[in-house]
Design a binder for this molecule. Structure first.
Ligand code: HEC
Ligand code: HEC
Length: 365
């Protein structure tokens, strides 16, 4: 991680020799300042010049922890909370300059020097629009969402993961990127969190997967992701996201998911949506799957599949009236939750083990 990034936006040429030179030069000039007046020697002993020099080198040498300059605002203790946050932002600025600026740009607008060479453009943090949230699609993300994205990175695009970054630096850079969106503090209290419950133990059960297949077809996931989950029969295969990047609906049979691969991640992704192209499916929407509608769509299925799915169709309410008039709120939300996990179970069952070579060459069928 470190090496690749360092190449991107470190001034080249300052190798070991340069560093040693820098130390020597700093030491020499510091000593030089010491010699002329003997009277001041005692003063200088209090703050040895070598301390300064080593600090400078520490922040220059790659791989070492960052050294942060002191940050002073008002008198110490006068406004503790403010001082603390200002300090965090200050540190975040340094972390950002080292690891993120090359892509996301000095002003956080996604126009870093490396951006021109990337297909999916780095996120512009100034608009406050985020793809990977555990909040509804109109809300800002939680700090924890940014932390997760930074730790894990995003599959299939250039956003690297920083699993080894010290926790303090991660928290600091999260605070820093928030400052690119000036209304963050005003809007953060309006965030609506979409809770992700614990997944059930029987995610691999056949009846879950079969019900998940029915849900997938009835909710129209196949219109974009294909009837088989790999794009076959999709009505549209190219989408443009909220930032103008081309995105294909995900092929569920291969590759890692940007939003994460665990059942909880997949649950969260379709509940929150991915801003403008991948819609969010939440609340009652996920309860609205009926055995009546299955009867209607059965004729479009292969007879073998129709028979297999018919065995679980009776698990769903017969029609919309049953769901929306006869069920109470908690029954309905329990049904929506069962449907959600069924859908996750089905999506996960589509994943095929492919070797890297086959995936790259496209030679598997
Ligand atoms: C090599 C380029 C690159 C570097 C370096 C990089 N990013 Fe990214 N980042 C991206 C790209 C590209 C995306 C957009 C992915 C997408 O839209 O699917 C992204 C997306 C993100 C997101 C997700 C935004 C959302 O919509 O949810 C966050 C948060 C983020 N980056 C933070 C960081 C931080 C913090 C750093 C430094 C520690 C960093 N990135 C370094 C390229 C980079
Ligand atoms: C209007 C088209 C459309 C529909 C309908 C749709 N999707 Fe998507 N979906 C997309 C697109 C486009 C992406 C890729 C977004 C990206 O990479 O930024 C996507 C991505 C996803 C991902 C995330 C993959 C990742 O990388 O993390 C999941 C999970 C997903 N869809 C599930 C579903 C489910 C479940 C349904 C039905 C309930 C559904 N989608 C319906 C267009 C759609």
């Amino acid at each position: 991680m470190t090496t690749v990034l360092e190449q991107g936006h470190k001034t080249p040429g300052l190798g070991i020799v340069g560093l040693v030179g820098l130390v020597l030069a700093t030491l020499l000039s510091a000593c030089g300042a010491d010699t002329p007046t003997a009277e001041t020697a005692a003063d200088h002993e209090v703050t040895p010049p070598t301390a300064d020099a080593s600090q400078e080198v520490a922040s220059e040498s790659p791989g070492d922890a960052l050294e942060y300059p002191e940050w002073e605002t008002v008198a110490p203790g006068e406004n503790a909370a403010y001082n603390q946050r200002a300090n965090l932002v200050q540190r975040g600025h340094l972390v950002y300059g080292k690891y993120c600026l090359g892509c996301h740009g000095e002003y956080g607008n996604g126009e870093g020097p490396a951006a021109v060479r990337l297909i999916t453009q780095p996120r512009d943090f100034t608009s406050g629009i985020y793809k990977f949230r555990s909040t509804d699609s109109g809300s800002l993300p939680l700090e924890g969402d940014l932390h997760r994205t930074i730790t894990r990175g995003l599959a299939r695009v250039s956003m690297p993961g920083f699993p080894l970054m010290p926790e303090g630096e991660k928290l600091a850079v999260v605070e820093y990127i928030k400052t690119f969106y000036p209304r963050w503090e005003d809007e953060k209290d309006q965030r609506r969190v979409i809770p992700v419950p614990r997944p059930p133990d029987d995610m691999g059960a056949d009846n879950r997967r079969a019900r998940g297949r029915i849900i997938y077809l009835q909710m129209g996931c196949g219109k974009c992701h294909g009837t088989d989950g790999r794009g076959t029969g999709a009505t549209q295969t190219e989408y443009v996201d909220a930032w103008g990047n081309q995105q294909k609906p995900f092929d569920f049979t291969r590759g890692s998911l940007k939003g994460g691969n665990t059942p909880e991640d997949i649950y969260r992704t379709f509940h929150t949506g991915l801003r403008s192209i991948m819609p969010s499916f939440d609340g009652d929407t996920l309860a609205a799957v009926t055995s009546g509608a299955f009867e209607d769509m059965k004729t479009n299925l292969e007879p073998q599949e129709a028979n297999r799915l018919a065995a679980v169709a009776a698990d769903f309410p017969i029609d919309g009236n049953t769901i929306f008039s006869e069920m109470n709120d908690s029954e309905r939300s329990a049904l929506a939750e069962r449907n959600s996990w069924d859908l996750v179970a089905y999506i996960m069952s589509l994943r095929q083990p492919t070797s890297t070579a086959a995936a790259v060459l496209g030679s598997d069928s």
